[in-house]
Design a protein around this ligand. Structure first.
Ligand code: FAD
Length: 298
């Protein structure tokens, strides 16, 4: 990221909420479940599956965690009702991890069980490094009872090779991403190319271990490496999938779908859109800067 981009990224939290909402609308299906279902129907028609994220994180009270839990059940019912091809993505802090770890475990258990009975997969998103150890532990524990739960690994974390080995040993499916939180150099690679190289290293480890892999990236260099590994290692088409965020590089998405690769799109919806939106805008200061200028010039 260049100096100008960094300045714009730092300014994102200062942007008025209405502006954030307008710019970020491309990354979010809408506020209601019906909005998410409409997006998923469309994605399914285009040959993509989806994973649904009910927006919300850092829940500080039990009632809010219960609300999110109930909403995820509504999602599963709706997906089942319409026969849509989609699973769930959940954040443990939305289920109460910062509040009470036992409550969070119980909430996850309930969602995973509910999803299992209806043939749905639950991916546990990875949040900041303060939650990495707890998240891996909770996923490993849940997976011992329910194979329909999977983890996420962030290539920027120095510890990730150890976590990948733990998850592979237990046969847990992994979504591999670069990582979105701002972590200190002591625990995270800060150099763009080093993160890329670590991504390739971890991806090879996952593919060799034979666990189901979600290759979550829009970085064509990493997509190329993933394809190289698929061909080199002879990974069957049903042992991996590409994953992309809603609203990002639909062209690359279509290219991969047309080439016959599985593609899953991350579909967030809900009223708590602010945190997710600012993270997406910091990631893409060009869009944020362009719209901010456009807004200020009016
Ligand atoms: P980048 O180098 O950031 O992007 C490559 C190219 O993609 C850019 O040049 C640009 O053209 C395009 N691009 C990337 N982001 C945007 C954007 N916001 N708007 C417009 N264009 C963009 N991170 C976590 O920490 N935990 C998670 O659980 C997690 N889950 C994820 C799930 C999915 C399906 C995906 C795709 C990402 C997830 N991430 C998660 C985010 C991830 O860690 C990265 O921050 C994000 O994917 C950007 O990295 P990249 O590999 O696409 O490479």
């Amino acid at each position: 990221m260049g100096a100008l981009d960094r300045t714009i990224a730092n300014a994102v939290p200062l942007m008025p909420r209405a502006l954030v909402r307008r710019v970020a609308s491309r990354y979010i299906a809408g506020e209601r479940l019906e909005d998410a279902l409409a997006v998923i129907r469309n994605l399914n028609r285009k040959g993509c599956t989806a994973t649904v994220d009910v927006l919300g994180e850092s829940t500080r009270d039990k009632a809010q965690a219960a609300e999110i839990l109930g909403e995820y059940k509504r999602v599963v019912d709706a997906l089942e009702g319409e026969g849509l091809a989609a699973g769930l993505s959940v954040k443990l802090t939305a289920l109460g991890l910062d509040l009470d770890e036992e409550l969070c475990r119980a909430n996850l258990e309930e969602i995973v069980e509910y999803a299992a009975e209806r043939g749905r997969f639950v991916r546990v998103d990875m949040e900041s490094s303060a939650h990495t150890e707890a998240t891996i532990g909770i996923v490993l524990d849940a997976h011992a009872r329910h194979p329909n739960v999977g983890a996420v690994i962030q290539a920027y974390l120095r510890r990730s090779i150890e976590d990948v080995r733990r998850l592979c040993a237990a046969g847990v499916s992994v979504r591999l991403c670069k990582g979105i939180y701002d972590e200190p150099r002591a625990i995270a690679y800060k150099d763009y190319d080093t993160v890329r190289q670590n991504y390739v290293f971890l991806l090879e480890e996952l593919m060799r271990a034979g666990v189901y892999v979600g290759v979550a990236t829009h970085d064509e260099y990493l997509v190329w490496h993933a394809l190289r590994l698929v061909y080199r290692l002879g990974v069957p088409k049903d042992r991996y999938e590409f994953q992309m965020l809603l609203g990002v590089d639909e062209e690359l998405r279509d290219i991969l779908v047309r080439a016959g690769h599985r593609m899953r799109v991350y579909v967030p919806y809900g009223r708590q859109w602010y945190e997710y939106s600012t993270r997406r805008l910091k990631e893409n200061p060009k869009v944020a800067g362009y719209v901010a200028r456009d807004f200020l010039e009016r």
